[in-house]
Design a binder for this molecule. Structure first.
Ligand code: NAD
Ligand code: UDP
Length: 335
């Protein structure tokens, strides 16, 4: 075998270099773990606004893992040599984006532009973590990808919803105009270990309240619905979407269609946590969507993916995580 051929073969076997923005967050850190486990070289980019170093602590020092502290609002170094980009950088919890709405829009829009520029320059495939929030307060349920949404651009959630919608638009324009290789995942509510205790989303709030004996806060009358997907399954779907061969023409919903009312969800958490907390009702936030349930026919067809971790199994692992976080049991007992 010639040296040239050997070098070419070695190059073709080169480990993929993957950039994960928002890699120190809840979803991003699980994604980094999984990609490292698959043999990739991973660059985790984060500004630690809602992410935490402890999420990626076990990866620090790994020879195929590196951390880049950077804000996606600022342009990225063109020297960043990457084959794939997962763009997850953005606050995802309603209280987190309500606290910094202008920054949230900028993160989605400028972040998308900066990462698309890098992907285009490098001919890297880029996956955008979009959201079911692009459907707003939906008038159809379940929501297929063809549903165009029902978002009020003047409302307090719009910084997130419209920021993500604009990012999708930028992705498709880059694909049409510049040939950028894009993938769009519309992620529905995902839960699991590593959500922050003070994150403000329903799963972390209710579990922490149940474990600490505090009142469990249900907003509104609790008849609104969400469909909860366990984090490992969402991450698996993201990896499959990135790897799917050929052109994936449009966005793909990723979520678990097991739709629950928040009242049901609170009751299950209370029972599984062995809690005697009271369930109390608090005002419904403005524009809180009434229903949310993914139509996942596209994911099933294109990715051969279907979530099968049941809510109780996923909650058992998540409750174990929060028990550890709250210092109630030694870390080695975490599931
Ligand atoms: P998260 O808040 O835990 O993670 C977001 C990460 O992005 C954090 O580490 C944060 O520090 C980082 N970040 C935020 N702004 C940044 C910036 N300007 N520059 C660099 N880093 C920045 O949230 P998550 O639940 O892990 O969500 C990750 C992504 O998935 C988000 O884009 C979110 O919109 C999307 N998503 C999540 C869900 C879900 O249920 N978890 C649902 C739909 C979409
Ligand atoms: N919610 C609740 N109690 C809480 C936090 C949230 O009842 O302590 C409700 C919230 O009003 C919404 C649902 O639970 O109807 C999911 O909220 P979350 O913030 O997790 O995410 P969203 O799907 O609204 O982005």
């Amino acid at each position: 075998m010639t040296h040239v051929r050997m070098a070419r073969d070695a190059a073709s076997r080169r480990r993929p270099r993957i950039l994960v923005t928002g890699g120190a967050g809840f979803l991003g850190s699980h994604l980094c773990d999984r990609l490292i486990g698959r043999g990739a070289q991973v660059v985790c980019l984060d500004n630690f606004s809602t992410g935490r170093r402890q999420n990626i602590e076990p990866l620090i020092g790994h020879p195929r893992f590196s951390l880049l502290v950077h804000d996606v609002v600022d342009p990225l170094p063109a020297s960043l040599d990457v084959d794939e980009i997962y763009n997850l950088a953005c606050p995802a919890s309603p209280p987190a984006y309500a606290a910094a709405p202008i920054r949230t829009t900028l993160t989605s829009v400028l972040g998308a532009l900066n990462l698309l520029a890098l992907a285009t320059a490098r001919n890297a495939r880029i996956l955008q973590a979009s959201t079911s929030e692009v459907y707003g307060d939906p008038e159809v349920s379940p929501q297929p990808e063809s549903y165009r949404g029902h978002v009020d651009p003047t409302g307090p959630r719009a910084c997130y919803d419209e920021g993500k919608r604009c990012a999708e638009s930028l992705f498709f324009d880059h694909a049409r105009m510049l040939g950028t290789r894009i993938r769009i995942a519309r992620i529905f509510n995902t839960y699991g270990p590593r959500m922050s205790i003070d994150d403000g989303r329903v799963t972390s709030n209710l579990i922490v309240q149940a474990l600490s004996g505090a009142d469990m806060t249900v907003y509104g009358d609790g008849t609104q619905t969400r469909s909860f997907c366990y984090v490992d399954e969402t991450v698996e779907a993201l990896i499959r979407l990135m790897a799917a061969p050929g052109d994936v023409e449009g966005p793909v919903n990723i979520g678990n269609p097991d739709e629950r009312t928040i009242n049901d969800f609170a009751a299950i958490v209370r029972r599984m946590a062995g809690s005697r907390s009271r369930i109390v009702y608090r005002p419904l936030p403005v524009h809180d969507p009434r229903r949310r349930c993914p139509d996942i026919a596209a994911a099933v067809r294109l990715l051969d993916w279907i979530p099968n971790v049941g809510l109780e199994a996923g909650l058992a692992r998540t409750i174990a995580h929060f028990r550890t976080e709250l210092g109630r049991v030694p870390a080695e007992r975490e599931a």
